[in-house]
Write a protein that binds this ligand. Sequence first.
Ligand code: GUN
Length: 293
Amino acid sequence: MIVLDGKKIAQEIKKEISEEVKTLIAQGKPAPHLVAILVGNDGASETYVGHKEKDCKEVGFRSTVLRFSDSVSQEELLLEINKLNTDSDVTGLIVQLPLPAHISEEKIIESINPDKDVDGFHPVNVGRMVTGLPTFVSATPDGIIELLKKYSIETSGKNCVVLGRSNIVGRPMANLLSQKAYPGDCTVTVCHSRTRNIKEICAQADIIIAALGSPEFVTADMVKEGAVVIDVGITRVKADNKNGFRLTGDVKFDEVSVKTSYITPVPGGVGPMTRVALLKNTLKAAKLSKSQF
Ligand code: GUN
């Protein structure tokens, strides 16, 4: 069994990105600039945006976080996005989700300039991804694809089960793995809360991508000998330690790992790959930007 070291691979990719940033700057071009809009005080969102700022700094990008109270109106946010869409100093623009209930996430995402949509959430970019065109792929699926590639994991003709059908992870993941490409060429089954016989379906899988957000959902009896298991879940569960919690994936690691050929740990697997995928997209946006260069 090989534990996929997302932390190490992400570090290597960050090094490559910083080298590219140095080259851009040496050519007299500006450092890529990521702008994140953060609404309200959701603890997890604060943490994620904090990570994004730290990652940008590490590779030499500029970053700005624009904070709004959770009483901000949809119109006010749309106005701000409109300004940023045409601001030539802004390379990538993300709006951290979730948003308060009175704001339509759909409308907000649709208002972002697809050329700056480094989250890959805009329907134009989702459509380009589905049809196999070059685009910004959302960060978690992109990070998983990169990890499979780095470890040269065989995917062609394999039965892949994706647990979860979110727009951010499950759906794009299933789509990418079914494409005529490497990594890809899989026969993909998407399971969700209404799926019957989920255990039996998983037990047939050569590759399982667990993205349910349900701690330790995948148990040893659901996993075939030699399967590849990718764990996207990361949930805080109460623990008897100094923090009072520990981070748990969607997979019961101790009992599942011994049956697998490859498995991702939590933390240190998919998480760092997701973070670096956003940086890759931002660099790509900078290279494609006509206004900046
Ligand atoms: N909320 C959870 N994950 C994400 C993400 O990748 N991007 C944004 N904008 N919000 C999120």
